[in-house]
Write a new protein. Structure first.
Length: 347
């Protein structure tokens, strides 16, 4: 993925009854149900077991939110808003994700190494982050680019390429092997969010699948992706949040996480108009590469100073080494930031 100047140019416990002996039950011919030995009725094959989620612990939520602010006294953090629906992951857990596309070795870790190596490396990073902050559980994620911006217009003339379902399924299966979350990332290019996100609906209905959107490749001026840095407005983010919120409500899902990548001011406009709602948790992800001092400054200028809800931070294994005296940041360094990034992404 070619980058421009600046920094980045970039449960429920379910009881199984399968071992019950036939002698312990008998059919209820009148209603087509099965009567167990104790007189209770077993569920039919067509009944759906919906998970029950404990109520949100608001005291713990507030405590974790304040902890996440990391001693900030500016009044900007923590961001106050309505409590999320039960089942919310943030701010109770820190997410560490591997990013990329299976077709490209240049777009991130996911396409650079075989699956077993990716899982091994990601588990290694999880251990580092858990050791750096033992107070918060760290969980893994696979952040897969499901629609990629490209240099050619393609059949639709949109300068974007949708990944085949087999590739997205591969990301889902990889995540299952390590009990990880999945984020599907969308680079819309000359398309639009309303055109691209519904294509992923069957995946977004899954409780463990979340969404990422990338303003860098939102080309509202009609220019080719990569020629200039793109932009999204609060209206775009709100449309996406509303879409996810409706899915959550319609399918009885826990809150979705929406990651928005950012490394310039113009990439996200009218941030004060971004609305928060109980069904969606918004992460503004510092997406720039370069020397550690520059990355920290980008975080301060464009994420810290324009608070939305939660924050993220991207670490590049290779691009972060392109400038003199730079190094790949370690967890303890990133955790000094105010607020502490709660979503970490490696590319």
């Amino acid at each position: 993925m070619k980058k421009t100047a600046l920094i980045r140019t970039g449960t429920l416990f379910v009881l199984s009854l399968s071992t019950l002996l036939f002698s312990m039950c008998k059919p209820d011919s009148a209603k087509g149900q099965t009567i167990l030995g104790d007189g209770t009725k077993a569920m039919s094959d067509t009944e759906v077991v919906k998970p029950t989620v404990p109520p949100l612990d608001t005291v713990l939520f507030d405590s974790r939110l304040n902890w996440n602010a990391n001693g900030d006294t500016s009044g900007l953090w923590p961001v106050k808003g309505a409590y999320p629906n039960p089942g919310a992951l943030l701010p109770f857990k820190r997410i560490v994700a591997y990013y990329g596309n299976f077709y490209s070795k240049k777009m991130g870790v996911l396409g650079e190494y075989p699956e077993d190596v990716v899982i091994e490396k990601l588990n290694g990073e999880i251990k580092k982050w858990q050791a750096a902050d033992s107070t918060m559980e760290v969980i893994p994620a696979i952040h897969y680019i499901a629609a990629t911006a490209q240099g050619s217009p393609g059949d639709a003339g949109k300068y974007r390429l949708r990944m085949p379902t087999a590739q997205i399924d591969k990301a889902i299966k990889m995540a299952q092997k390590m009990n990880a979350l999945v984020f599907l990332d969308v680079q819309i290019a000359l398309s639009t969010l309303p055109e691209e996100i519904p294509v992923l609906e069957k995946y977004l209905k899954m409780p463990n699948v979340h969404l990422g959107i990338d303003p860098e490749f939102s080309m509202k001026t009609g220019k080719k992706p990569g020629s200039v840095i793109g932009t999204m407005d609060a209206a775009d983010i709100n449309w996406t949040s509303d879409y996810l919120a409706n899915l959550v409500k319609a399918n009885n899902l826990p809150p979705k996480i929406l990651v928005v990548h950012r490394f310039t001011k113009a990439m996200v406009t009218n941030y004060k108009q971004i609305k928060l709602q109980p069904e969606v948790q918004v992460v503004m992800d510092m997406d720039g590469w370069g020397h550690q001092a520059r990355k920290f400054n980008t975080y301060k200028q464009f994420v810290y100073k324009e608070p939305v809800q939660f924050t993220g931070f991207k670490i590049f294994y290779k691009n972060d080494l392109r400038e003199p005296n730079s190094h790949v940041l370690q967890p303890a360094e990133v955790l000094k930031l105010k607020p502490q990034p709660i979503y970490i992404q490696y590319q």
